[in-house]
Design a protein around this ligand. Structure first.
Ligand code: AMP
Length: 419
């Protein structure tokens, strides 16, 4: 009998895993450079945690199940709800603001295609406890820094669900309907949104909504938006807030962004500024990052707290990175004969204790075969342990050039570290 992986999942072979780990470390190092600290939450949560704010419709996109005690659980589809649950459980009294980051797998029952999986990884942050423009701008600037440092060719679009929601509210559209309409805008179903507005007796807002969501450009777009929103005080206030975030973004040096008031974001916990980053070369699944400002703690029984955050789709980020990290040094210690085995094991142990990773030839192959094997495995340096050991030396072979030289055992770690 042979088994295949479940649909939408992947195996990662050593070379791919090396690239993934390397990218993970680069991204997380940038998060830490802004003062963010790592947290982790369970892979599964109570189903209600996920449906509490995202609605029952999300269930069909979840891996949910009943455990043996009959509890309804779900594999996490993202980290924001779990991190905010953790915040309410354990961190509410911690000094504000809290800067948290996470990295881990998420699960969604989706139709798999290139760049879209049922098991995928997210790397993201939450800044909890500040609603200032500079706090919101920091989160956006952090996402921008990651993309810039990875030398990815990307577009950053910034909008405000606050503006859209307040415009709808201004025309008498209730909270629940707002959520449904925002969902339609997010999926690009503008005609459906317009039909629903007409049914609700708010047909007069459709033209404004359409013009607003089609606006694109620099900060000057806000003036056009203000014209469209005339008479809608609360929406204008939200627009002013977005303007403040855009101003702060200039201080952070984030200039290459586009105002896009058509960003509605699928999940309904966002309150104000929202943003998305796209890598056009990825095609249909080009969105590598999404985030914004939201309020979620109160849904999980906590006190309301302003929060901003984002999540990178890590797998898409990896696809977008054209720059592959350089091949790493890989060392193999080969005993020249069984009688040198004990010494070779000792030298390998000494190298590891001095910070040089290495593997040992354990197949008892003759030298020629052992070298061919090392080459086939991508080994970059071979340490041959033979009779030179009597003079306290080994032979170091560079597998790329074929060059060999004798090296004193005690200086081997240093020589290999600089290789
Ligand atoms: P979201 O939580 O939906 O805002 O997703 C955040 C990011 O995760 C998106 O911008 C995508 O890059 C990534 N993402 C979402 N769903 C998937 C998926 N099924 N496969 C791969 N990446 C995904």
């Amino acid at each position: 009998m042979s088994f295949q992986r479940p649909r939408g999942t992947r195996d990662f072979l050593p070379e791919e895993m090396r690239l993934r780990r390397e990218l993970e470390q680069r991204v997380c190092a940038i998060f830490r450079s802004f003062g963010y600290l790592e947290v982790a939450t369970p892979t599964f949560e109570h189903l209600e945690l996920i449906t509490a704010k995202s609605g029952e419709e999300i269930v069909e996109r979840l891996y949910s199940f009943q455990d043996k005690s009959g509890r309804w659980l779900a594999l996490r589809p993202e980290f924001t709800a779990p991190v905010m649950r953790m915040y309410v459980n354990s961190l509410q009294s911690a000094p504000k603001p809290l800067r948290l980051y996470y990295f881990g797998p998420c699960f969604r029952y989706e139709r798999p295609q290139s760049g879209r999986y049922r098991e995928f990884w997210q790397a993201g942050v939450e800044l909890i406890g500040s609603a200032t423009p500079e706090a919101q701008a920091e989160v956006l600037a952090l996402a921008d820094t990651v993309l810039r440092e990875l030398e990815v060719s990307y577009e950053l679009h910034v909008g405000s669900v606050g503006v859209l929601r307040k415009l709808l509210a201004c025309h008498g559209v209730g909270e629940e309907e707002q959520v449904r309409i925002m969902g339609m805008i997010d999926r690009g179903e503008m005609l459906r949104a317009e039909d629903m507005l007409k049914e609700l007796g708010a047909g007069e807002v459709t033209a404004t909504l359409r013009s607003l969501t089609e606006l694109r450009g620099g900060a000057e777009v806000l003036e056009e938006a203000a014209e469209l929103l005339r008479g809608c005080g609360d929406a204008l206030k939200e627009l002013h807030r977005l303007g403040e975030v855009l101003e702060a973004l200039e201080w952070y040096g984030v200039r290459e962004l586009r105002v896009n008031l058509g960003i509605a974001r699928g999940l309904d916990y966002y309150t104000g500024m929202v943003f998305e980053a796209y890598v056009p070369s990825l095609g249909a699944e080009k969105q590598v990052c999404g985030g914004g400002s939201y309020s979620l703690a109160e849904v999980f029984g906590g006190k309301p707290v302003p929060t901003s955050g984002f999540a990178f789709g890590f797998d898409r980020l990896l696809l977008a990175c054209s720059q592959k990290p350089a091949q790493e040094r890989r060392v193999m210690v080969i005993p020249l004969g069984v009688e040198m085995l004990k010494e070779a094991v000792g030298i390998a142990g000494m190298l590891r204790s001095r910070g040089v990773s290495c593997e040992l030839e354990v197949m008892r192959r003759r030298l020629g075969k052992a070298l061919a094997g090392a080459d086939a495995r991508g080994v970059s340096h071979v340490v041959l342990v033979g009779e030179e050991l009597r003079q306290g030396k080994v032979v170091l072979r560079d597998m790329h050039t074929g060059e060999q030289r004798e090296v004193k055992v005690e200086s081997l770690p240093e020589v290999l570290s600089s290789a």
